[in-house]
Write a protein of this length. Structure first.
Length: 369
């Protein structure tokens, strides 16, 4: 800027001492004006130009001796002083040159302004385009982010729904299992109640059956006792009647013949396995008939060489049902005595005699062999 602020006079060639002061003053005024104009134009266009070219003239005359040993310069003929017309022509030419330079500077400034405007417009357009691209990129990025966020939320929602469905299925499975276990427990409880009820019913039925059997047995025993008592009374009456008739016959015989032959007492006896029959007693073959019925019921495997004998008194009802038995002569072998009693029990009834009657009491002689 310092070089630009130099006066026009400093840029002009050095004046000779022979020029006039008026001309020098006019030149200085015009040069200063032109320099100011050029400086103003260059100042406006200075930011656009990276540099400038200036021609600097040295205002000082060369010192003598600076040229070396070339010798003294040749003498110049003295220049004639310009006339006022020449000065005016030079001033006009300088004015035109200044105007041309000013116009060129103005054109350069206009071109620079145009370039600046175009550059600014380009920068503005580029900035707008960049802003638009940035806005578009931002919008696209926002859209992509929104899409990614929506997809993430959808994925999270699907995962949450899947977890919820799994939890619901797990809870439903737990409820189903609990319900199944409850039903099984209820079924087991009902089965246990039914089993207990069946056991109670069976126990009650058994109790009733036992009570009924007990009552039946008691009734049967009562009936048997009544029958036995009636049979015993009948036999007693029959025996009394037979005894009375026998006594009457004996008395009649004694009265008719004048002498007695002895009495023939009718009683049932067992001896050697035979029964002697008198009036009112069993027939002769009745004892063998009874033994034939009792013997198949004897179960005894420990036979003894002595063939032990056991005499058992058997009491029977009129229909032949055995109502009592007892050993009147034991064998001395307890096992055989018990086997003989069990054989009588298995017989249950005595056979009827030839006249259809059954003795109330009879003694059986039993042996294993």
């Amino acid at each position: 800027m310092n070089s630009l602020q130099m006066s026009h006079a400093q840029l002009m060639p050095p004046a000779t001492p022979r020029r006039g002061l008026p001309l020098l003053g006019a030149l200085l005024v015009h040069g200063t004006l032109i320099g100011l104009l050029a400086l103003g134009l260059q100042w406006k266009t200075a930011p656009q130009d990276s540099g400038f070219v200036a021609e600097i003239w040295d205002a000082q005359p060369e010192q003598e001796g600076a040229r070396g040993d070339a010798g003294p310069p040749p003498e110049q003929p003295p220049a004639a002083a310009p006339s006022p017309a020449e000065l005016q022509a030079q001033a006009a030419a300088a004015q035109r040159q200044a105007e041309q330079r000013q116009q060129a500077a103005a054109e350069r400034a206009a071109a620079a302004q145009q370039r600046q405007a175009e550059a600014a417009e380009a920068r503005k357009a580029a900035q707008a385009e960049g802003q638009a691209a940035a806005a578009q990129a931002h919008a696209q990025a926002q859209r992509d982010a929104d899409i990614a966020e929506r997809r993430r939320k959808e994925q999270e929602q699907r995962q949450a729904d899947a977890r919820k469905q799994q939890e619901q299925q797990r809870q439903q499975a737990a409820r189903d299992k609990a319900e199944a276990e409850r039903k099984q427990a209820e079924a087991r409880k009902q089965q246990e109640q039914q089993r207990q009820q069946a056991a109670r019913d069976k126990a009650e039925a058994d109790r009733k059956q036992a009570e009924a059997r007990k009552q039946q047995q008691a009734a049967a025993a009562t009936a048997e006792k009544r029958k036995a008592d009636a049979a015993a009374a009948a036999r007693a009456r029959a025996d009394a009647a037979d005894h009375a008739a026998q006594m009457a016959r004996l008395q009649a015989q004694a009265g008719g013949s004048g002498s007695g032959t002895g009495s023939a007492q009718a009683k049932g006896t067992q001896g050697g396995g035979q029964a002697a029959r008198s009036r009112g007693g069993p027939s002769a073959g009745y004892a063998a008939k009874v033994r034939a019925k009792v013997r198949p019921n004897i179960i005894y495997n420990d036979y003894d060489r002595d063939n032990p004998r056991t005499d058992i008194e058997v009491r029977a009802a009129p229909d032949g049902t055995i109502i009592g038995r007892r050993i009147v002569r034991p064998s001395g072998i307890k096992a055989w005595d018990q086997a003989a009693l069990r054989a009588v029990d298995r017989t249950r009834t005595l056979p009827k005699d030839v006249d259809g009657s059954v003795p109330a009491t009879i003694v059986l002689e039993l042996r294993p062999g």
